[in-house]
Design a binder for this molecule. Structure first.
Ligand code: FMN
Length: 152
């Protein structure tokens, strides 16, 4: 069984929820299983056993959060060579859909040159500033997890 690490940043809990739906999809694939951690846990996390790593964050002021950017940097230092990596985001404003997961992907491409990029990223809508996750998103999260597993 392949192993996936799902790393999230989250202020109000929606991106954490999305990370858990993605992990559910990964588990349902029958190909891989997933562990979900917050960015504060990355320091103590060993990366050796993982075949794939996903990074997700809410959009804050037109940006992927500083927290997730720091997590990508730390993860790249620990070693992402040869691993499948990808990004997911939650956003509130429709016009911002998908703009900021590209920043996470850009960081991954810059800092982890020997990782394999999974695309497209998942961009999930929250209803209102603090959420909740739009009703369409749990299914999209699970599907994203399944597709990611198939590429491992
Ligand atoms: C400080 C701050 C800035 C935000 N800026 C944006 C923004 O530029 N565009 C947007 O679509 N949503 C913005 N939002 C809404 C967040 O995307 C939303 O709170 C988030 O997706 C919820 O995820 P979380 O529950 O994991 O924190 C902002 C939220 C906060 C707290």
């Amino acid at each position: 069984m392949k192993q996936v690490l799902v790393v999230y940043d989250s202020k109000f809990g929606n991106t954490k929820q999305l990370a858990n739906y993605i992990a559910e999809g990964i588990g349902e694939s029958g190909i891989a299983e997933a562990i979900v951690i917050g960015i504060s846990e990355i320091e103590d996390q060993s990366f050796d056993t993982f075949d794939g790593i996903l990074f997700g964050a809410p959009v804050h002021a037109f940006r992927a959060t500083r927290g997730i950017k720091g997590a990508v940097k730390k993860a790249a230092k620990k070693g992402l060579d040869g691993k499948l990596v990808g990004a997911f985001e939650t956003y509130q404003a429709l016009r911002h859909a998908g703009k900021f997961s590209r920043q996470i992907e850009g960081d991954l491409q810059k800092k982890a040159k020997s990782a394999k990029m999974f695309s497209p990223a998942l961009n999930s809508l929250v209803d209102g500033y603090e959420g909740s996750l739009n009703e369409a998103e749990p299914a999209k999260g699970k599907e994203f997890g399944q597709k990611f597993s198939q590429e491992l």
